[in-house]
Ligand binder design. Structure first.
Ligand code: 2PG
Length: 229
């Protein structure tokens, strides 16, 4: 049996400012740093010992992982970063204010863009202000893999190869794993782990900085889930 901890990054500066973020690389806010440190304390209290850590290539998730490992006194744990764990790319909404978007397009449309499984946000031109098309951290990717906008389905489809190739093999060996990532890449993973329907996934929210602990059996089926408080 192995443990899997999912940890959404602490509040980011753009969470604080209520801006669509996606693949734009914003840092943690002061509150986000506190949330990440608190996650470390909660993990220490729970006595969870990790063998492997995974995170995205975005600063807010990487720093959250580091605070969590520091707070739980296990900074030595090997870590692997992958773009496949990045936040869902929010297309041309990136950089826009969520409230202003709701006033412009209506609450319902914005809710669909934010939470539906298979509706795409408006795609982002590669010369947009908040485009990552020329960001060197993605230089080795096939250009087709660099999104201009993703729905949760597409996000799940790019998370899964990483799960299959890296995370699942570790868990199958009995390793305890922490994944520090993002609201929507973790919603995608949760949909898979808990077999949540395309409809019910609309209602799933993941809190910033709160570790979610799964016990998994030898087939990686969830036997227990706990939110650390
Ligand atoms: O802006 C984003 O990238 C995400 C997560 O912060 O927002 P939402 O809650 O709308 O999915």
């Amino acid at each position: 049996m192995s443990k899997l901890v999912l940890l959404r990054h602490g509040q980011s500066q753009w969470n604080l400012e209520n801006l669509f973020t996606g693949w734009w690389d914003v840092d943690l806010s002061e509150k986000g740093i506190e949330e990440a440190k608190n996650a470390g304390k909660l993990l220490k209290q729970a006595g969870i010992q990790f063998d492997q850590a995974y995170t995205s290539v975005l600063t807010r998730a990487i720093r959250t992982l580091h605070f969590a490992l520091e707070g739980s006194e296990q900074v030595w744990v090997p870590e692997t970063k992958s773009w496949r764990l990045n936040e869902r790319h929010y297309g041309d909404l990136q950089g826009q204010n969520k409230q202003e978007a709701a006033e412009k397009w209506g609450d319902e449309q914005v809710h669909i863009w934010r939470r539906s499984y298979d509706v795409l946000p408006p795609l982002q031109p590669t010369d947009a202000k908040y485009s990552i098309a020329h960001d060197r951290r993605y230089a080795d990717l096939d250009p087709k893999q660099v999104p201009q906008g993703e729905n949760l389905k597409i996000c799940l489809e790019r998370v899964m190869p990483f799960w299959e190739d890296h995370i699942a093999p570790d868990l199958l060996k009995g390793k305890n794993v922490i994944i520090a990532a993002h609201g929507n890449s973790l919603r995608a993973l949760t949909k898979y782990l808990e077999n949540i329907s395309d409809e019910d996934i609309l209602d799933l929210e993941i809190a910033t900085g709160q570790p979610i602990v799964y016990d998994l059996d030898q087939d990686l089926k969830v036997t227990h889930k706990e939110l650390l408080k």
